[in-house]
Design a binder for this molecule. Structure first.
Ligand code: PRX
Length: 646
């Protein structure tokens, strides 16, 4: 990818060791765990014991490549492991979830509270005929009921599909249809910077042509009027009244589905990534404890929205299975002021903060006066996830948030991997600014050449995972072949991540970025094909091609080239109209930063759009090989007419 970025990375040689006192108190103090991790099944067999099983597994791993069955024969329930098993001892009255609303309202649920509410809601779902295996869509803000709904589904064995509240109704509809959901849990609205996003209205629009959904359960959050369709729609606070507190947790096969989460790939159709109960829970529980050095007294805050995998694994399932106190914040980092995060850290004495590089770069832009004005002395560990963190942002985070006291865990992983795959283990792994360091114990990662051969240290190549790991995806929902082709066929016998990375002489990994047609905008994965199909859906558009362009704060931004149908007159509002169309089809997260109108797109003689050249243009750099172009004049036109300001 970006040459400059790649070179910059390799100049970073400084090592940061854990501060005095950190290692000697750390959960993991012995580097031997890396060696223990070499024996995959023994290592993960040991870790499996950290959870409560209704029936022990017969075999740690059945590997029929590329299909793995972890903890085969075992019976387990994710919600039971997140709740019931904490109820016998002192954790019973410990805060499980501290909620801070955007308007400053606050709720605290102990483990006992959460268990009660989850059990009741599980019974509500059952009363509407939701049975083991039925899918439930959750389209919600960041409020406690979202976690309650997820765990209630897990309790009765109904896979949940959480759809990020920023997705449009069309994106929601596609996901509901693909999963054939029976029930939707939503809220009247969601607060965002003081405005209200009409979630229920979006659900109504999405369901206009959908027949599979039988019930819509609506949480009252904002209180604005919504239309309730008789028979179909019910209020959460009404149906939960007087419901039994007793709800036995379903004994699930380790290999049964826990959830589906949609993510972008190289085609226009999002992929439903399927995660199973046993392996996923062992993977997220182990990594959460070791990577975040979790202690019982920690206040752990993951800022990710629960609509993304980070929210699933490290806001809900990992921390709650470990009996942690989680903090959940509903709103924006700059509402009402730009120090909202630091106000929250100060108020709740947060000890562990897990956020994304795009947020860190935004804070850098706002300036250090905001964190300086707050007491951040409770923090002891910082995390980063979602995209490469550039050394400058890493250093700023280290200095201004961690006050040079807190180790930073830069964690590399994916929706598909379910759990953190590369990361420091903070008591034992020295850090380098901008590197996710080395694979987690029990995870085997390599960098290979285009032919699949391992590349020597100091070189870059494609990032692959050798062999299975417990939280790996089971498949793509309803499409085993796509699972096999996408991940296991590019390089024979290994899992291809879609990323490019480099090793340095110490064996540290430096992730460069995606090599496929996926753009990472503010840590969110967007397929170029999705944005292109949204654009060509507009009646005036003939063709569209999108690429990612380096962006100072977002990491990457969407840059679109569009050719209009013959005879269309260009008018002033057209660009804004096209952008709005993408927002309608997908959501604001996919809105192109720039749309450039052109008569023609550069194509090969066989008619394929040459995205590589468009990317060169968007990045404002020298163009690669143009010899296969059908019409070289197109490129001259684009070069002359595009004026890119970075
Ligand atoms: O390119 C990598 C990047 O995010 C992609 C996965 O995106 P998603 O499935 O949405 O999951 C994001 C949260 C786990 C990867 O293929 N990525 C994620 N974390 C890092 C990263 N790139 C560099 N460093 C990271 N720490």
């Amino acid at each position: 990818m970006e040459e400059k970025h790649r070179e910059g990375l390799m100049e970073e040689k400084r090592l940061f060791f854990p501060p005095a006192g950190f290692s000697s108190n750390a959960v993991i103090q012995n580097p031997e765990i890396y060696e223990l991790g070499q024996d995959r099944t023994k290592f993960w067999g040991e870790q499996g014991k950290r959870l409560d099983w209704f029936k022990p597994w017969d075999k740690v791993l059945e590997w029929d490549r590329p299909f793995a069955k972890w903890y085969a024969g075992g019976k387990i329930n994710a919600a039971y492991n997140c709740l019931d098993r904490h109820l016998n001892g002192a954790r019973r009255n410990k805060a499980a979830l501290i909620f801070e609303g955007e308007l400053g309202d606050r709720r605290v649920l102990t483990y006992q509270d959460l268990h009660r509410e989850v059990s009741q809601f599980a019974n509500v779902l059952k009363s509407y005929g939701v049975e083991k295996g039925d899918r439930v869509t959750i389209y919600m803000p960041m409020i406690p009921e979202t976690v309650i709904a997820m765990l209630a589904c897990a309790r009765i064995g109904a896979p949940h599909i959480v759809v990020f509240g920023g997705f449009s109704y069309e994106a929601l509809r596609d996901r509901v249809l693909d999963a054939q959901a029976k029930v939707i849990v939503t809220s009247d609205g969601s607060y965002r910077r003081g405005n209200i996003i009409p979630l229920k209205e979006n659900v109504d629009q999405a369901l206009r042509t959908v027949t599979c959904v039988e019930k819509v359960i609506v949480v009252q959050r904002t209180g604005q009027p919504v239309e309730m369709q008789e028979e179909r729609d019910v209020w959460y606070h009404e149906v939960i009244k007087n419901v039994s507190l007793v709800s036995p947790a379903e004994h699930m096969d380790a290999d049964d589905m826990l959830f589906i989460l949609y993510t972008s790939g190289t085609t226009g159709k999002p992929k439903g990534i399927v995660h199973t109960v046993g392996g996923y829970m062992v993977g997220v529980s182990t990594t959460h404890e070791w990577v975040f050095d979790l202690k019982d007294e920690d206040v752990y805050w993951c800022t990710a929205d629960v609509g993304w995998i980070t929210g699933h694994s490290y806001l809900v399932y990992g921390p709650l299975s470990n009996g942690a106190t989680i903090l959940m914040y509903e709103g924006a980092p700059d509402y009402p002021e730009k120090d909202r995060y630091w106000e929250i850290v100060e108020k709740y004495k947060v000890t562990i903060l897990y956020t994304a590089p795009t947020a860190i770069r935004t804070f850098m832009k706002w300036g250090e006066s905001y964190p300086l004005g707050r007491d951040l002395s409770s923090l002891r560990l910082l995390g980063s996830v979602g995209e490469p963190i550039n050394p400058d942002a890493w250093m700023w985070y280290h200095k201004h948030i961690g006050e040079e006291r807190c180790p930073i865990v830069d964690t590399w992983w994916q929706t598909e991997t379910g759990m953190i795959m590369m990361t420091p283990v903070p008591g034992i792994t020295p850090l380098k600014a901008g590197s996710c360091t080395i694979p987690f114990p029990g995870v085997h990662i390599d960098i290979v050449s285009p032919l699949g051969n391992a590349v020597p240290k100091g070189e870059s190549g494609y990032l692959v995972v050798r062999g299975p790991w417990p939280a790996m995806l089971k498949t793509i929902y309803g499409d085993d072949k796509r699972y096999e082709d996408t991940y296991w066929r590019q390089f024979e016998g290994v899992y291809f991540t879609g990323d490019e990375a480099k090793w340095d002489d110490d064996g540290y990994f430096w992730v460069i970025g995606r090599v496929d047609d996926v753009i990472n905008v503010s840590g969110h994965r967007i397929g170029t094909a999705e944005v292109e199909s949204a654009l060509v859906d507009h009646p005036l558009v003939a063709e569209a091609a999108c690429v990612g362009r380096t962006h100072e704060v977002k990491g990457q931004a969407v840059f679109a080239f569009v050719s209009l149908k013959e005879g269309i007159l260009i008018h002033d509002e057209l660009i804004a109209e096209l952008k709005a169309h993408v927002v309608l089809k997908i959501g604001a997260l996919a809105r192109p930063d720039d749309i450039f109108l052109t008569d023609e797109l550069p194509k090969t003689r066989s008619g394929k759009i040459m995205r590589r050249l468009l990317k060169d243009i968007a990045e404002g750099r020298a163009m690669g090989d143009t010899s296969t172009l059908a019409d070289a004049a197109v490129i001259d036109f684009l070069k002359k007419n595009i004026n890119i300001e970075k």
